[in-house]
Structure formats: C-alpha cells, structure tokens
Design a protein around this ligand. Structure first.
Ligand SMILES: Cc1cc2nc3c(=O)[nH]c(=O)nc-3n(C[C@H](O)[C@H](O)[C@H](O)COP(=O)(O)OP(=O)(O)OC[C@H]3O[C@@H](n4cnc5c(N)ncnc54)[C@H](O)[C@@H]3O)c2cc1C
Length: 424
C-alpha cells in the first residue's frame, strides 16, 4: 500500500457493511485525517442480511437493524453524509462528483458501492415497478416496499433459486402465501453449494409448501389492469401471481470505476484490485461486493468476487490497517488480504453455514445423514480440505473453519464419522 499522510482525506463511496466498517476502523487504527463516508441511501448504515430474514416478518416501518448507532460515526470523527450519490470520479484532479453537483477532493478514494439486483429481462419496463407488482430485495427501501405487498398477497412468484430467493420463499410459505419459485438451472443455489446441499434444501422447501420449478425459465409476464397477473414459462405454462419477486442475482456496481477507466475483472465481474485491494490507480481502492480480488483460497490465486458480510467487513479491516499503518509510520500491516471466506443463510428453520471456497473441489465427504436434517459436507481439492458446508451443524462449521484457517487437512476418512468432532 502506498504511503498515506496522516492528514490525508479519505473518501469512501458507499456506507454498507464494508464502507461503514472501514470508516470507523480507519479512525480506530489512528488515521488523523478527514474521513468522508458517502451513502446514496437515506437510512443510516444498516445490516442487509436480516432484510430477507427476520425483518421481513415485521412491520414495514420497523426500525432498521443498524450497523452501529448513528452517534458512533460522529464520535469517531467520520463525516457521514446520507442521501449523497457519487456520479463521477475525476482521477486527474482527485475529485468525486455527486448527483447534486458537488465536487469532493480526495487523497485516497475507496469504492464500497456493493451490488444491485440484476434487472429482470422478462418484465417490460412499464411493469418493472413495485406498483405494478415487480419487486427486488437489496435495500431497506426494497424491504419496506415488499413487506406490505407480501402481507396482501395470496400468490407469489419468485424468479431465481439462489440464497435470497429461497429465504424469501421460506418466509412467504410460512406466512401461508401460495409460493412458486422458478429456477432456470437444474438445482438450487448452484453457484454457492454442492449438489447434496441443493437436494436437501429442495426437499425442505417443497415440504414447506413452496412449489419449486427447476430447469424452468420465466420468459414473460402477463398483465391485467396495468399489473403483473401471471408469469409465463418457457414451455408456455402460466402461473398466476399477485406479485413477482425477481431474485436472479446481483450485479456489482462498477459503473463509476469503468467510467473512470479503471479495469474490471472479466471473469469475476468486479473492479479489479490487487492483494492489497488497490485498483490500478494507487489512490483508489475497492472492497466488498463490488471488488474482484486475488484469493489465496481460490485455485491459482484467481480473482473472485464474493457477496458476503464477512468478506466486506474483513476487507475493510484489512484496508484500514494498511492505510492507517502508513499514516502512523508503523510497518505491521498484513502484506495481502487472505481472510478465510465464510457465509451463512437461514431458510425456514434450517441454517446453512459455509466456509472456504469450493472452486477447486474434486471430492465431497459427507458427515451425517441428510435425512436426519443435520449433516455436513467437506470439500477436498486433491488431499487438501478446501471448504465445509454445514447444515444445522454449527459445531462442524466452527471446527472446520479452524482447520481451514490453520491449513490443516486431516485424511478424509478420519472426518466422515459425525460422532467424532472435527476438531479432534
Ligand atoms: C437481502 C440480502 C440478504 C443477505 N444475506 C446475507 C447473509 O445471510 N449472509 C451474508 O454473509 N451476506 C448476506 N448478504 C450479502 C451482504 O449483505 C453483502 O455481501 C454486503 O452487504 C456487502 O457489503 P458492501 O459494503 O460491499 O456493499 P453494501 O452493503 O451493498 O453497501 C453498498 C452501499 O453503497 C451505496 N452506493 C452505491 N453506489 C453509490 C454511489 N455512487 N454513491 C454513494 N453510495 C453508493 C449503496 O446504496 C449501498 O448502500 C445479503 C444481501 C442481501 C441484499
């Protein structure tokens, strides 16, 4: 990381999990200069995971689960500006422009702009609004629009069998809404989990009353009275619905970086950064959902883009340590970002926890019987333990995290007995 003078002005774009953590950590680690944290949203920085979980069951005007109390930013000397969207980066002048025409100078700029919901190509523009029955779920505003719509709905269609679509499906089915989830691929959560875990959750969601359609694509919607009234699948079948939630994936918000001429990673899709989270411009860093970084947990240290709280928060901590170390003159910042990736998802009563990356996995070892509702899968790349997927077995998750972090790979056969602790 290049030197950051102690009076340097750091501007952070995005006050989500990564941006908010970076701002307070930078100060805690001793950076003395100005820290400006811009948020395009009006709400104080809040936790995103509850939006598809507990928060959905509450009232639309329930207070958001804040990341920290609002005065904490002032106390940390962080200038948090809500409702301010950055619209351009002038790299030569080291300035950010905002939607209201302000120009904000920076010495160091951090892109923490997260991701947006991928647009639903099967919905025409005039129906692509909550008023016409189309919803996505990324932000507090999205959740606040969705809650009353769900409360009034009898039939819900969900596009996408990924983590967020399934969490919403579990909630809706439990609330007595006739829920159909349409997934284009042959299995659920295919980008995130092994086939055995996909199968387990398919059975669970079906048992809870969700009509899951695999290998099925929503091609179009049908309208009545200016609203979405049904979805039409590729085979011509129509499924009537009062509302449609599109949960077909997230797209990293990279447009500012692109317009400023910064490189993207073509495979992973985010703003390309190095092992210190610097873009090709040493004055600009990127982290969290919008960044593609070289991961020591991926084969050949390839660049990946992860969408998880752990990744955003750990990258923020890493960057804060590196930047503040330079401003204080100390030299103890870690050389490269190497935190173990982990993630969780709550679907109905089931808890899925994942640690490590499965990109290079060539063999899965099962611990426990999926029929019991509690089991884990350990993914091996050759002889090396690469990841764990634990379903309702939090102890396996914790133990495997320790093994992974320590770089230990006990022989696969020794790990298969669910009665013997992994830590043993
Ligand atoms: C519904 C939902 C459920 C989730 N559940 C889980 C879970 O169970 N476990 C888990 O690990 N992860 C979960 N995630 C993912 C996790 O929330 C994200 O990985 C994490 O929030 C990423 O943090 P971030 O700081 O990169 O981006 P974000 O938290 O998305 O924050 C980015 C912020 O930048 C703002 N912004 C964007 N552009 C600009 C601009 N030009 N100017 C100013 N501000 C801008 C955005 O408005 C946003 O507020 C979930 C996400 C969602 C949406």
């Amino acid at each position: 990381m290049s030197t950051l003078p102690s009076d340097a002005r750091v501007v952070i774009l995005g006050a989500g999990h990564g941006g908010a953590q970076l701002a307070v950590d930078l100060r805690a680690k001793g950076h003395a200069g100005e820290i400006l944290l811009l948020s395009a949203e009006d709400a104080p920085p809040y936790q995103r995971p509850p939006l598809s979980k507990a928060y959905l069951s509450g009232a639309a005007d329930a207070p958001p689960p804040l990341l920290r109390a609002l005065p904490a930013y002032e106390k940390a000397g962080v200038s948090l500006r809500l409702g301010v969207r950055a619209t351009a980066i002038d790299r030569r002048a080291r300035r950010v422009e905002t939607a209201t025409g302000e120009r904000l100078a920076y010495d160091r700029l951090v892109l923490a702009t997260g991701a947006r919901a991928a647009p639903a190509p099967f919905v025409p523009a005039d129906l692509a609004t909550p008023a016409a029955g189309l919803f996505t779920l990324r932000s507090l505003a999205d959740a606040r629009a969705l809650i009353p719509a769900l409360a009034a709905a009898r039939r819900l269609a969900i596009a996408g069998g990924g983590l967020i679509g399934l969490e919403i499906a579990a909630h809706a089915a439990a609330a007595g809404i006739a829920t159909t989830l349409v997934e284009a691929g042959p299995r659920l959560m295919a980008r995130s989990v092994s086939p055995a875990v996909s199968d387990f959750f398919l059975a669970r969601h079906r048992a809870a009353g969700v009509a899951v359609r695999l290998d099925a694509r929503i091609e179009a919607v049908e309208r009545a009275d200016g609203r979405i009234a049904a979805v039409r699948l590729g085979d011509g079948e129509t499924i009537a619905c009062d509302l449609l939630v599109s949960a077909i994936g997230a797209q990293p918000r990279t447009e500012l970086a692109e317009a400023a001429g910064l490189g993207l990673d073509r495979w992973a899709g985010g703003v390309a950064v190095d092992a210190k989270l610097a873009t090709e411009d040493p004055a600009i860093h990127a982290l969290g959902d919008c960044a593609a970084f070289p991961s020591p947990w991926a084969p050949d240290q390839m660049r990946v883009r992860l969408e998880s709280v752990q990744n955003a928060v750990d990258q923020a901590r890493f960057l804060a340590a590196g930047l503040a170390t330079h401003s204080s003159g100390a030299q103890d910042a870690p050389a490269a970002y190497d935190a173990l990736p982990w993630f969780w998802s709550d679907q109905g009563a089931d808890k899925l926890q994942i640690a490590g990356l499965s990109l290079g996995v060539d063999r899965w070892v099962a611990r426990g019987d999926p029929g019991s509702g509690r089991f884990s899968l350990l993914g091996f790349a050759g002889e090396s333990l690469a990841c764990v997927e634990a379903v309702n077995r939090p102890r396996d998750f914790m133990d495997a995290r320790k093994l992974l972090a320590a770089g230990e790979s006990p022989p696969a056969a020794a790990l298969a007995d669910p009665e013997v602790r992994l830590a043993a």
